[in-house]
Design a protein around this ligand. Sequence first.
Ligand code: BEZ
Length: 234
Amino acid sequence: MDQTTVNMPRIGEKAPAFKAVTTQGEIDFPKQYEGSWVILFSHPADFTPVCTSEFMTFATLEHKFTELNCKLVGLSVDGLYSHIAWLRTIKEKINYRGMKDVEVTFPLIEDITMEVAKAYGMIQPGESNTKAVRAVFVIDPKGIIRTIIYYPLSLGRNFDELLRVVMALKTADEFQIATPADWRPGDPVIVPTAGSCGVAKQRMESRDEMTCHDWFFCTKEIPAETIMKKILKK
Ligand code: BEZ
């Protein structure tokens, strides 16, 4: 493999397996997360400002991911003692946008060999040879990668979007629909284009509830409560 070739896992593939040391003990990934959704995310470095704002936000919103049966696992190429010292500093010293005394209780992987970061395409030499970019892998309860998002070093992630991604993936699975641009629970969903008998039957059954903008573009309403009942704690 030449210097500039980066190995990238792809959507629809099994998440690459690894064992690692974390701030919460050893993990066997993705095996021990079977049955849960999981977000595996990387950050460039401990004791840096954008990463600190992200960790505080992730930890503050963790309960919302938990409600969706989604666990969080962080990673950087720093060592365990750096991770521990940084997370302690965040808890003891940082007061940022109303967030203070923030305890990060999800595991943060030490990856000084970059083995995991490389397996997940998190080292992107055009951005940095020595730090992971801000990668996000959303992995389903069967260990399949369902969404991948990469951000550069300078850009902090949008955590509402990460929650929206998990909700949309779970809604698509539960209701066999797709979700349009900027979709949020309660907005109309997209009924799959006719093409298979199953879809044709489903279309016939829900004909009255559908709004068709053209033959290939039909939506239907699913109330937010109906969606949340299906996707919470599953
Ligand atoms: C940050 O988190 O602030 C950061 C980390 C690495 C490079 C640039 C910014």
